[in-house]
Design a protein around this ligand. Structure first.
Ligand SMILES: Cc1ncc(COP(=O)(O)O)c(C=O)c1O
Length: 443
């Protein structure tokens, strides 16, 4: 692994510093001022960090001539984010009609989009076909039949990938492992011949272009990627020999991990790219196959380090000798990851001059669940009511997983670019919260 630290290996965004006022700032924008202007909780996204990571991805895979980089929208999807990532030359992996619609709203060209998911509905598949989505990653037999039927009605030959479960376990949280045998996603390896037979003989409105795997998320090992390449290429060889179908595309999904806390040591995108590219070359040589078009779908690693969340500290509860709780004005509704899968974060008080960490506290959210703890046992600079807390690495799976639990209003999101802050998502209003409620006339 290389010595130099890359974006996904750093806890803070690229240009994070303490300014003359003693406040934390990112790319020249004071976070305390941001909190004052836009209120808290607030999602903040740094353009420069995002751009650097996108450039690193492009550079890392630049010596593979047939590369398609897709951003996994599930990590973070808003219309401005879509537009920015599109401007970096990425396509998109989507998993819902809503994500496709958001891309349309951002006027993103949908011919760079791949549609994933284990239970796409008739409505969603129809919407995808009507919008000329480039590839559909078909997850199961039910979907093969449904998609063929819809494509036939529309007189379309739809290009697809077949999502397979490669039987690879990676050491990440069980909720974010997806490549193992016992997974809800993808065709079992043993079912591939049956699926190919059906595609070849029955489903004339489907054109199989390649195979798709996704191993899981927050992955720290590189070997799982070379294992995946080997399995996928061996299956492509089997399909060629046994069925006479030549598949020329592989999609290896996303999964590259990031450094949330000092405990984490993910490889860089360059490490992952080198492993993938050399594994493709070796296996293609061994199996006498042409090098396929390669799709990669990073989510977390592309956007996570660019994001921080700001909160205002409120009440506290000190249980002598046991624990001191410090409560924030947000929590599991804007960031469900700690309560969902014990995710860990680093944080700092944005308005304290020095970086002396001299009090161990537990940061509690404000929602009505005892499990709504954002960070357990963190050392901070004597946090007090009114202080602004900055939680790092919240760019992925926070806004996109946020909810209206306890009728919380979803926070705003600002983008820092050229030393200015632009509101890219407005804070939800009370009126928006109830806009879909229907009040029954009950006597
Ligand atoms: C099919 C697929 N591709 C890509 C991703 C993105 O993964 P990550 O955010 O870990 O890069 C996911 C995440 O669950 C996924 O399911």
């Amino acid at each position: 692994m290389s010595e130099e630290k890359f974006i996904n290996q750093n806890i803070t965004p690229k240009n994070t510093s303490i300014n003359q006022k003693g406040n934390l700032e990112i790319s020249g924008v004071d976070l305390v001022e941001l909190a004052k202007t836009f209120q808290t909780p607030l999602y903040v996204l740094d353009y420069e960090t995002l751009k650097q990571m996108a450039l690193d991805y492009k550079k890392a895979f630049s010596n593979y001539e047939k590369i398609n980089l897709l951003f996994a929208s599930k990590a973070l999807m808003t219309s401005s984010v879509a537009k920015i990532i599109d401007s970096f030359g990425f396509g998109f992996d989507v998993v819902s009609m809503g994500e496709i619609y958001t891309l349309k709203n951002a006027k993103v060209n949908l011919d760079k989009v791949s549609f994933n998911g284990n239970n796409k509905s008739r409505q969603e598949l129809t919407f995808a076909l009507e919008n000329k989505i480039n590839r559909i990653s078909v997850d199961n037999f039910h979907e093969l039949e449904l998609l063929n039927e819809i494509a036939k009605e529309k007189n379309i030959i739809q290009k697809i990938h077949l999502r397979i479960a490669p039987g690879i376990e990676c050491h990440t949280h069980e909720y974010i492992q997806t490549g193992q045998i016992d997974s809800k996603f993808g065709f079992d390896l043993t079912k591939i011949p049956n699926a190919i037979e059906k595609i070849k003989n029955e489903y004339k409105n489907i054109l199989l272009k390649g195979l798709h795997v996704h191993l899981g998320s927050q992955i720290f090992e590189t070997k799982v990627y070379s294992d995946a390449v080997k399995i996928v290429l061996e299956k492509i060889k089997m399909i060629k020999e046994d069925f006479g179908l030549e598949l020329d595309e592989i999609n290896l999904g996303g999964g590259l991990g990031i450094t949330y806390t000092e405990e984490d040591s993910p490889p860089s995108v360059f490490d992952i790219a080198n492993v993938i590219i050399s594994s493709i070359e070796d296996n293609c040589k061994k199996l006498n196959l042409n090098k396929p078009v390669l799709y990669i779908e990073p989510g977390r690693s592309l956007v996570c380090s660019a994001g921080v969340s700001l909160y205002t500290i409120g009440s506290e509860k000190n249980i002598e000798g046991i624990r001191k709780y410090i409560a924030l004005d947000g929590g599991m509704a804007d960031n469900p990851r700690p309560s969902m899968y014990q995710a860990k974060y680093e944080a700092a008080i944005a308005n304290k001059k020095d970086s002396i960490k001299n009090e161990k506290v537990t940061l509690a959210g404000k929602f009505c669940e005892s499990g709504d703890i954002l960070i357990k046992d963190i050392e901070l600079n004597q946090p007090k009511a009114g202080d602004i807390l900055c939680v790092f690495d919240t760019g992925a799976y926070c806004y996109s997983m946020s909810s209206n639990y306890n009728c919380a209003l979803k926070p705003a999101m600002v983008l820092i670019k050229d030393k200015k802050a632009y509101e890219i998502v407005k804070r939800q209003s009370l009126e928006q919260l109830v806009q879909n409620d229907v009040i029954l006339d009950i006597d």
